[in-house]
Design a protein around this ligand. Structure first.
Ligand code: CO
Length: 173
């Protein structure tokens, strides 16, 4: 019952946004030059004219990411910049940023990753939506990908032993 009400609300909201965004058919609003910036966010998912976004996160020598939540919009081009703010070498304190498909068992994936040292701890398979290269202290890397469908996804560092502490949520709106 709650879902039905929610769907009704979403349908109403989308319908409302659609009406507001189509400035060509309704001429009673303000001049389009002023209206455009206001309606940009609401109509973005429909117009697929999303601005690319750059997200930054860093890992340190204490097995910590500095952010636990990152967010983007479905279909948006995302450039994730990972920086290692520590000083330890990649071989002992390597960090990467791996975005996982929903439903991926993190423990199983991370365990599989341990055996993939030759591939920077990215195991074979299709569980990873996107991932960066592995870096050590003072280094930086990035990966560009398209944000998946709306929902919440997990991201982790797959260096052996890191995933339990180095993880977070990637929220797609
Ligand atoms: Co790490």
């Amino acid at each position: 019952m709650k879902n039905i009400l929610l769907l009704g609300f979403i349908a109403f909201t989308v319908f409302s946004c659609g009406g507001g965004a189509s400035s060509s058919s309704t001429t009673t609003s303000a001049p389009s030059t002023d209206a455009a910036p206001d309606t940009e966010q609401e109509s973005a998912t429909e117009s697929s004219e999303l601005e690319p976004i750059t997200l930054e996160i860093s890992g340190n020598d204490q097995l910590q990411f500095n952010k636990s939540v990152l967010s983007a919009t479905a279909g948006q081009e995302v450039t994730l910049v990972l920086t290692h703010s520590g000083k330890m070498a990649k071989a002992v304190m390597g960090h990467n940023w791996v975005l996982l498909k929903q439903g991926t068992d993190i423990t199983m994936f991370a365990t599989k990753a341990i055996s993939a040292a030759e591939n920077e701890y990215i195991p074979e398979g299709d569980e990873a939506i996107a991932y960066t290269s592995l870096i050590g202290g003072g280094e930086s890397t990035s990966v560009t990908f398209t944000a998946p469908a709306a929902g919440t996804y997990d991201f982790i560092c797959t260096f052996p032993g890191h995933y339990a502490a180095m993880k977070g949520r990637f929220v797609v709106k």
